[in-house]
Ligand binder design. Sequence first.
Ligand code: ARG
Length: 276
Amino acid sequence: MLWLLLLILPCLGASVPGTPGPERPGIVGGCPVAARSFPWQVSLRFYSMRQHRWQHQCGGSLVHPRWVLTAAHCLEPQELGACAFRVQAGGLRLYAPGEELSRVVQIIRHPEYNSSLGAAGGADIALLRLEADVPRGRGVPVSLPAAALSIPARKICWVTGWGDLGYHRPLPPPYHLREVAVPVVGNGECDQRYRNSSRHRPAIRDDMLCAGDKDQNSCQGDSGGPLVCRWNCTWVQVGVVSWGRCCGLQNFPGVYTRVASYVPWIRSYVPWFSGP
Ligand code: ARG
């Protein structure tokens, strides 16, 4: 019997007390991003009078050199116009000396987003049109999924951002972008988990997608950023960071806006971009 226990022990990995595991601080969990791995990631900025700088507010992604996809709840209150925001593309670290910000000239919030329900009400998606194309050296757009794409449960995808490392644990300077691998959780299972803590029915709508596990999740400040999966060597953005209960709790995956549900809407504004 003992030999059996010895055989399976190493497989339990980090769950065995005292086993030295890989370093796992996060976005929640994860690692710092190496140059050029997620070149579509942008930081959405809002001017802070207190800090006298364009402060990181949310993530976003380039879906075209002139268009950013983000979450509608990142652009609250609704009265705020395009000039209240800037976009930083191409930087791995926030507020790096000499960073260049792009002006936003148009905000398109999804018409079904309901700001009184917030992200949990669904349609948490928005587009930003930039004043000029982001040059290739500072950003490469990510591919959008086919509208019919279904994403299998347990597929491993990646989420990136400058958000908190855990509950009330902000990312410290030099604010280096982080990535973490997260398993997709089926909508039925995710709805079960959120059922008791949400006043919405279903808690997880069809236009949402869940992903994450204990210590592998998105968190505050990651909102609006991309969840990407790889198919045949192509990265496809399947989700937009939207909401979740705390961060990195075992039974509460992160909840994302399901991009495939909104591809026709996105395509009605964003021209096709066939790559470099
Ligand atoms: N709503 C948050 C934001 O504004 C992000 C939510 C992600 N939370 C989570 N538990 N996965 O940044």
